[in-house]
Design a protein around this ligand. Structure first.
Ligand code: SF4
Length: 370
């Protein structure tokens, strides 16, 4: 659905009717009848519109919060997960490219693909599901979820819909989760901290050259700025790093990321190293478990307390251990989450150490194994 956008301004000579979008660090200058880089925001007669307001890829689904991944935010709970289409990145390895690299028709009802994607992958279009924020909230209330996760594609380009939905969610005691690439602008971030409770941000590499080569943007710096800003403003934050062989998995790049997280976000910030598999326009081999283990050990020995491995079977790499006495606090086998060492006050049952977890553990009702 088309809706007048927020966070934009007129730009340049008024007769040219150009606009500047301030939602993400692209800061697109958009001519009349053209769209921004994300292809979801259009300039019509000198005004900026969001084309995917209320346009969902599906009615939504209950996901374990661990799938986001968030391991220190209401562990064991369910997050009602919704998404739209489009993205402000062009990642060659995108795991969800069918939604991130499609874009809405002008009435916001259909997801379309570039000619190149149509030719290369034989995919043409699909129908979107229309929902109002009120309809999403009533679905969440009927579900087992205690939160809404804006996930799968980059949610900040959906700014108006997540804002309206999140504000309603808070009125109903429902939490809001952002799973983001962190490229949102300072202007958007200043608003997001008012209604987003938790975020997982993907720092893909510490090297600008990776962002230029693989992602299609100039720099990692806006992502790092978003992480710091969220942390400073009490948004619960966890970091993901997808390790791609030959692209961002050298020891020096891994160590640079660990050092940055430690020095800027603190030793209690959960860091998830995740395994890549070939997708979309990247054919590099899958991530080996040895690289994940290397990254995990480096982060632990550097002083990060809560380090995890994702997209891979591991007996210990998904568990939370007490940073003081080493006791098993939370066990995660697939999405079966148990908390043998966690008190109701989120302390270690053995030594009393405070474990940095937001919200209470919920006994998970769903079994799923990698
Ligand atoms: S959200 Fe980002 S990519 Fe999209 S129009 Fe705005 S500045 Fe451009």
């Amino acid at each position: 659905m088309k809706k007048i956008a927020e966070l934009w301004e007129s730009y340049g000579n008024p007769a040219d009717k150009q606009v500047k979008c301030n939602v993400c660090s692209h800061y697109c200058i958009i001519n009349p009848n053209r769209r921004g880089f994300c292809r979801t925001r259009i300039n019509l007669d000198g005004k900026l519109y969001s084309l995917d307001y209320g346009a969902l890829i599906s009615p939504g689904t209950n996901d374990p919060v661990e799938k986001k991944p968030l391991y220190h935010f209401f562990p064991g709970s369910q997050a009602f997960s919704i998404a739209t289409i489009g993205c402000n990145f062009r990642c060659k390895q995108c795991q969800n490219w069918e939604i991130s690299q499609s874009y809405p028709s002008e009435d916001g009802k259909i997801a379309l693909f570039s000619q190149k994607d149509q030719q290369d992958f034989g995919i043409h279009s699909f129908l979107l599901t229309e929902r109002t924020p009120e309809q999403v909230i009533s679905q969440v209330k009927r579900s087992k979820s205690i939160s809404i996760a804006y996930t799968y594609n980059e949610p900040t380009i959906w700014f108006e819909f997540i804002k309206d939905t999140s504000l309603l969610a808070h009125k109903e005691g429902i939490k809001n989760i952002l799973v983001s690439n962190g490229y949102s602008s300072p202007e958007a971030n200043s608003e997001l901290i008012n209604f987003i409770d938790a975020a997982n941000i993907d720092i893909k590499s510490m090297e600008d050259s990776f962002y230029k080569r693989i992602v299609g943007v100039h720099s990692v710096q806006p992502v790092l700025d978003t992480c710091k800003f969220f942390k400073e403003n009490n948004v619960h934050l966890e970091i993901t790093n997808l390790l791609i062989p030959g692209e961002n998995d050298s020891p020096s790049v891994i160590r640079a990321l660990i050092k940055w997280v430690l020095e800027n976000l603190g030793s209690d910030t959960p860091l998830h190293f995740s395994a890549y598999t070939p997708r979309y326009r990247m054919n590099n081999p899958s991530t080996s478990k040895n690289i994940l283990k290397f990254a995990w050990k480096e982060a632990k020995s550097a002083g990060l307390h809560y380090v995890y491995m994702g997209n891979v079977y591991t007996t210990k790499g998904n568990n939370t251990y007490c940073s003081k006495c080493g006791e098993l606090i939370i066990s995660r086998q697939g999405y079966n989450v148990t908390a043998p060492g966690l008190s109701s006050e989120n302390t270690c049952l053995k030594c009393g150490e405070k474990i940095p977890i937001v919200g209470n553990y919920t006994k998970s009702s769903r079994f799923s194994f990698f």
